[in-house]
Structure formats: C-alpha cells, structure tokens
Design a protein around this ligand. Structure first.
Ligand code: 13P
Ligand code: SF4
Length: 300
C-alpha cells in the first residue's frame, strides 16, 4: 500500500498530474486526491490548475466535462467502463426528436449527460445551480429539463415553470425510499434529513434540505444539528465526516452505492499514471458544441 502511494506521488510529480475525485468515490480515493468535490466544483477547479494531466476519479461524463473545458490537458479516467446509467438514459437522437416536438422550448442538459447530448442542448446545469440557471431564463419559454424525472419534477415544484420531463432516473437514488428515511428518523429523531434532488418525490417530501453534494456540505456546515441523515450515495458520508469531523452523518440507505463510482481504486490510478490509459478524446465538433452549452451555464 505504501509502495503504491509512493509511486503515485512520484508519477504525479514527474508527469505534472493532478488527481481530482468526486464525492462518491471510495474513501481511499477521496483521501489521496488533490481535490475532491461535487461535479460543478470539479469542472471549475479543472480550469484553474496548472497541470499537464488530470486524473478524473469519477464517471465518464465528469471526465468528458474536464476534457471539454481543458482540451489542451490530458484527461484520464482510471476505469474506462465507469459510466452513469442516468446519463445513458438519453441519446442525442432522443434530444433531436424532442426538439421537433417542442421547437420553442429551451433545452437544459444535466451535467450527468454525455458530451453528445450536451451538444444538442442549449444550457448545461448541475444540481448545485439549476434553480439559479432557471431564474435567469425568459419566463415565457417552456423548459425541457433532461434527463432525470425526479429532479425535473422537483424543479417544476420549486420554480412553478412549465417544464417538460424525460423519464430517466438514477438507480442509486431510486434505491432510497421513504421507509429508509422513516427508519433512520426513528433511530435518530433529532437528525436533519438531507436528500439529493434525484431522490423520489416521497423521499424529498420527508427532507429538511434538498440539494447536490456540495449543497449538503454547506447545509451541514451552516446549520446547528449535530447529526444528519444523508439521502444520497453512501460514501458521501465519508466526505462529510472529513469536512466536518465534529458532526455525525448517517447514510439513509447503506445499500445506495454507485457501482460505477466504485470502479476506481488506487491500483487503477497507478496504472493510469503509468500508461496514460484511458485518455478521454471527443470528436472536435461535439466537443465544441458541448462547450458552448457548458459556457452558457457559466455565463449565467
Ligand atoms: P453532484 O452534482 O451533486 O456532485 O452529483 C452528481 C451525481 O452523479 C449525482 O448522482
Ligand atoms: Fe450516475 Fe447515479 Fe452514479 Fe450519480 S449516483 S453517477 S447519477 S448512477
């Protein structure tokens, strides 16, 4: 183990590489990363660093974002097969068909979509900024919020806007149900409940806070509870404990585990630094069109 860490450290220096990790990564990966955060912060941070190589410990759409925003850097995904079933629930062809159906609508692509889907949409968003993004859009336009049906329904309730919903969902957040929350509330009645907007409606209804993983950290830092029930991927609790060691964090459901996020481990990080496998490369036209969709989000 010490040998692996020493070799990762040596190669990082030699190759001018930086390791970024999403908040759902296995604890040992979060612990050795140079920076760990939510999907929006990872994307922003990737643009601020002076590195030749970015090792993106997360899933493919996150590595694609880093590549789109940093075409001159080498972006590596340690496990080539780390994908996202929610992102896979919609294709560029689906978006083109929806455009024919709703020609006047504004198309919003969640960060959890492929670059090719982003390229077909107007504006990108994440769970951290969707309400802000929508508040800046013309009031008289319909919005197509892709692809998560639970998140889009929550957005419709929060904004009272006319929103067209696609049928995608995340299997990890779907695994969290109201019984899980009620059981945890019973065990720990004074805990606050934080849930991700990808959770089902009945779970959201039982929560004290709805937001992305970065929002959860801010909520836990700025509220006075000593304990929180966390309605998202299990290893988010590791991130929260690292950030706020004086408080308790209880997973709403221990089995809410993103298998794709768990494909990364220290040996694969070492392998990617040794071999430069697997580099993210995109068709330049798709990359540039996706970049416009992402830049629109930053400009708002
Ligand atoms: P965040 O945008 O909150 O990091 O979440 C990403 C994700 O994959 C949620 O399932
Ligand atoms: Fe995709 Fe769900 Fe995993 Fe997030 S938790 S990366 S939405 S499968």
């Amino acid at each position: 183990m010490q040998d692996i860490l020493a070799e990762i450290g040596r190669l990082k220096k030699d190759r001018r590489a930086v390791i970024l990790a999403h908040n759902y990564q296995p604890p040992e990966v979060q612990d050795i990363a140079d920076f760990s955060a939510d999907s929006l912060e990872l994307a922003k941070y990737s643009m601020s660093i002076d590195a030749k190589i970015i090792v993106l410990c997360g899933v493919r759409f996150m590595a694609e974002m880093a590549h789109i925003l940093n075409p001159d850097k080498i972006v590596l995904l340690p496990d080539e097969s780390a994908g996202c079933p929610l992102a896979d629930s919609i294709t560029p062809e689906d978006v083109r068909k929806l455009r024919e159906e709703f020609p006047d609508a504004i198309f919003l692509a969640y960060v959890n979509t492929s670059a090719a889907v982003k390229a077909e949409c107007d504006i990108c968003y994440t769970s951290a900024n969707i309400l802000d993004v929508i508040s800046k859009l013309p009031k008289d336009r319909k919005l197509v919020v892709l692809p998560d049906k639970h998140l889009a329904r929550w957005v419709r309730e929060e904004t009272k806007r006319e929103i067209i919903i696609w049928g995608g969902e995340c299997p990890v957040h779907k695994a969290i149900d109201e019984e899980n929350i009620l059981k945890m509330k019973n065990l720990s009645p004074l805990s606050a409940v934080m849930v991700h907007p990808e959770c089902r409606e009945k779970v959201v209804a039982l929560s004290d806070f709805v937001g992305g993983t970065g929002g959860m950290i801010r909520f836990a830092k700025t509220t006075g509870y000593s304990s929180y029930i966390v309605g998202t991927e299990r290893d988010m609790c590791h991130k929260l404990k690292r950030e706020i060691p004086t408080k308790n964090f209880l997973p709403a459901n221990e089995e809410a585990v993103c298998q794709d996020m768990k494909k990364t481990n220290l040996l694969k990080i070492l392998h990617t630094l040794q071999t430069l496998e697997y580099q993210i490369l995109l068709d330049v036209d798709i990359r540039e069109r996706a970049r416009r969709t992402i830049e629109k989000m930053f400009s708002l």
